[in-house]
Write a protein that binds this ligand. Structure first.
Ligand SMILES: Cc1ncc(COP(=O)(O)O)c(C=O)c1O
Length: 383
């Protein structure tokens, strides 16, 4: 018996709806499984709020509702065992913006941003946007799971005030760093007197039931004061189009620096963003839990199919709805283009600093996923 309350099998048709994901291939027969947004309708609580707001009919400037802040505090304590203070929250219209503000506020020509590759492209460009130095440390593949290369970190030359930018869970490889990895990382950061920016936008999409998200800033006071933690309901509840994100910065001087770098150029989130975020955190939990089950089934299906395809090595994500694939053994010049020509639009690993790899977005109906996997199978069988 199917006792699901929410219909993930029949997402709305996004063609002609100004969708970035679907617009890319409009008019051609390519299934879009690229940019990280899901095809599903948002939770009913979010849809009701959106309808309420549109009936109300006023779209003026917004400010965060007090109950949204209370919900964030409650959630943080319940889900991550992290007590935060309302004064630590800095609102932002997006996470990419936050990554850039972080670099702008903390770095100068003599310091460096350190990132782990492959990585979500804005990590590669944030420091570069301000002509600031960037150091890339490749993730280490151990037992089919990407992890932190501590040996490489030990060998790295750093100076106090450098910035480590963590993507946790990590897009595109889907690793949720565990307590032991995080504690080792914190030790390294503290010894070297580095700052930490932790992008945790995917932290409520954990696909392994026994795993739990841990913000590094919650684990050790020595790093909390040096941390900028970034969170948002946008990925989890599919409301990225209404930009409402926040940074959590406990240390007043660090927060002041961050706010100074925002001054005059970073707008507040829109009123609708605040209201939908509030509705998502308030009523979206049953939907989120069912979504996770749906994504787990999509992931398991995709893993079982992809691992049998000639030339592909898929990596099972512990978190996120993104699945990373090594296609370097495929005897084609450009795997991304090859699959596009065969009707499947994936993300190109080149953009994540990993040419020859692909990223598949699992946030779609099972039917569409199966159709895409069938096309990929045919494409691989031809080689
Ligand atoms: C790790 C990570 N950070 C940030 C973003 C984008 O956030 P925003 O749309 O709020 O700028 C994404 C989107 O895919 C992401 O995966």
């Amino acid at each position: 018996m199917n006792d699901s309350k929410f219909d993930f099998d029949s997402p709305p048709n996004r063609v002609g709806k100004s969708s970035l994901k679907w617009g890319k291939y409009e008019g051609s027969d390519v299934i879009p499984l690229w940019v990280a947004d899901m095809d599903f309708k948002s939770p009913p609580s979010v849809l009701e709020q959106a309808m309420d707001s549109s009936e109300h009919g006023n779209f003026g400037y917004g400010r965060p509702p007090a109950q949204l802040i209370d919900r964030i505090l409650e959630r943080s304590e319940k889900l991550y065992n992290w007590r935060i203070d309302p004064s630590w929250i800095v609102w932002l219209p997006g996470m990419v913006c936050a990554l850039n503000v972080t670099c702008r506020s903390l770095l100068d020509q003599s310091s460096q941003a350190i990132i782990q590759t492959p990585i979500y492209p804005p990590f590669l460009s944030a420091s570069k946007n301000f002509d600031l130095p960037l150091t890339k440390i490749p993730l280490l593949l151990k037992n089919n799971r990407f992890t932190i290369d501590f040996q490489a970190l030990e060998n790295l030359s750093t100076k106090p005030g450098d910035l480590f930018m963590l993507c946790h869970p990590h897009n595109p490889v889907g690793t949720l760093f565990n307590e032991s990895e995080l504690r080792d990382l914190i030790e390294w950061l503290v010894q070297r007197e580095l700052y930490l920016c932790s992008d945790e936008i995917h932290c409520d999409l954990i696909l392994e039931k026994e795993l739990r998200h841990l913000p590094p800033a919650s684990l050790d006071e020595r790093i909390s004061g040096k941390s900028i933690t970034l969170m948002a309901p946008s990925k989890t509840f599919n409301i990225a189009g209404f930009g409402c994100s926040f940074a959590i910065i406990s240390e007043p001087a660090l927060r002041a620096r961050f706010k100074k770098a925002m001054r005059g150029i970073v707008p507040d989130p829109p009123a609708m963003g605040f209201l939908l975020a509030d509705a998502a955190y308030d009523g979206g939990e049953p939907w989120r839990l069912e979504l996770i089950d749906y994504l787990i089934a999509n992931r398991d299906l995709a893993m079982s199919r992809l691992s049998k395809m000639f030339g592909l090595v898929p990596y099972s994500p512990e978190a996120t709805y993104l699945l990373w694939i090594d296609a370097r053994s495929l005897p084609v010049q450009n795997p991304h283009l090859y699959f596009e020509e065969n009707g499947v639009g994936l993300s190109d690993g080149k953009e994540f600093d990993a040419p020859g790899f692909l990223r598949l977005n699992l946030g779609c109906s099972r039917k569409l996923l199966v159709e895409a996997l069938d096309r990929m199978q045919v494409a691989c069988d031809k080689l």
